[in-house]
Design a protein around this ligand. Structure first.
Ligand code: ASP
Length: 343
């Protein structure tokens, strides 16, 4: 036995573990055991690393709620055995997946850190090595025998973010993610420096982990644009079985004041479908009633998404819909911070 931290590395797929097929030039997933071979430096870290991989690694565009549950189950089943978890997924939907995992676990006392890369691990100029090595170091970081990080995070290009605050902002540059409404939790330079005052504070210490895996998929996101027609909005809100809608509005939560639009939303809310107002802006927040163009939304009882990201909002919606809450409770829980996703 050693007292080095035990880290579980979960590989689900994504560019980090891909190779180029030199005939077709397309990137495809390869055998995960190669990852440790590709980064022998990992053996120098002061921790024990165990790896587990999806049998069939996926491009993160194929991510879905079944895979969310699969990732969360791997963590839950191994929670006691390991000090930290590093989850490798493709970056394309990493903010959605990591946000969902953040809601599925309550009272998380150990780090769960998502990372990936823009270039495959075998590429000469790859960003995979730095991302993976530093992520594992952060997952190992302890103080007085306890993990420093006790929440779900995302590490990319020298910055550690709260996962449910992130958005993928760049398909090309190594700095692929941003957290526009919450500062980084840690930065990696010559030293690893944690912004301790920004880390998630659990209200109740040392409570047991609660794992919830009921996610409701009957949800939609509707992004407004000038010229949107009644037919389109009707088709969305009348989707069979719909239970929740994320409405991406303009600026500080503004939307058309046309009667057909407000009436349609009002009827939808009265039918018990949850509608949440989030802004299309990359940063800032919804302030209902600041402009006349959001006063009607406030009157009809739209839920205020404040400064939550769309990725986090859709994950929170799937999670809260699974909790069988009354309409008032749903609105209450959506508008407060559960995992540090909103303020
Ligand atoms: N298409 C890849 C994925 O999301 C991109 C990446 O890994 O960064 O799976």
């Amino acid at each position: 036995m050693t007292n080095k931290p035990n880290i579980l590395l979960v590989y689900t797929g994504g560019t980090i573990g891909m190779v180029k097929d030199y005939k077709t030039k397309a990137l495809k997933a390869f055998d995960f055991s190669q990852i440790l071979k590709k980064i022998p430096e990992l053996r120098q870290l002061n921790c024990q690393i165990t790896t587990v991989s999806f049998e069939e690694p996926i491009d993160s565009s194929n991510m879905n709620t079944q895979y969310y549950i699969k990732i969360a189950e791997i963590i839950a089943e191994n929670y006691k055995k390991y000090d930290g978890f590093v989850v490798l997924t493709g970056s394309d939907t990493m903010s959605y997946t990591s946000s969902a995992i953040s809601f599925m676990f309550e009272n998380l006392q150990k780090p769960v850190i998502f990372t990936g890369s823009q270039l495959p691990i075998g590429d000469l100029r790859t960003d995979a090595k730095e991302n993976l090595i530093t992520t594992i170091e952060i997952a190992c970081a302890q103080e007085q025998g306890e993990s420093i990080i006790k929440e779900v995070c995302l590490y990319f290009e020298y910055k550690l973010y709260r996962a449910n605050r992130t958005t993928k902002i760049n398909a090309e540059q190594f700095q692929a993610f941003a957290s526009m409404n919450y500062p980084p939790l840690a930065e990696s330079g010559v030293h690893l420096s944690f912004n301790k005052h920004l880390l998630f504070k659990h209200e109740k210490q040392k409570e047991n982990l609660i794992f919830r895996k009921k996610l409701v998929e009957n949800v939609a996101i509707l992004k407004l644009f000038p010229g949107i027609t009644k037919e389109v909005v009707t088709a969305i809100v009348q989707t069979k079985g719909l239970k929740g809608l994320i409405l991406e509005t303009y600026g500080s939560g503004n939307a058309p004041t046309e009667k057909w639009f407000i009436d349609l939303l009002e009827t939808t809310i009265k039918e018990g479908i949850q509608i949440v107002n989030v802004t299309q802006c990359a940063s800032g927040r919804v302030i209902l009633g600041l402009y006349e163009t959001s006063s009607d939304l406030k009157r009809i009882g739209i839920i205020n998404g404040k400064n939550i990201t769309t990725e986090s909002a859709i994950a929170k919606m799937m999670y809260l819909l699974g909790e069988n809450l009354s309409n008032d409770q749903f609105k209450y829980y959506f508008e407060i911070s559960l995992r540090g996703e909103i303020d």
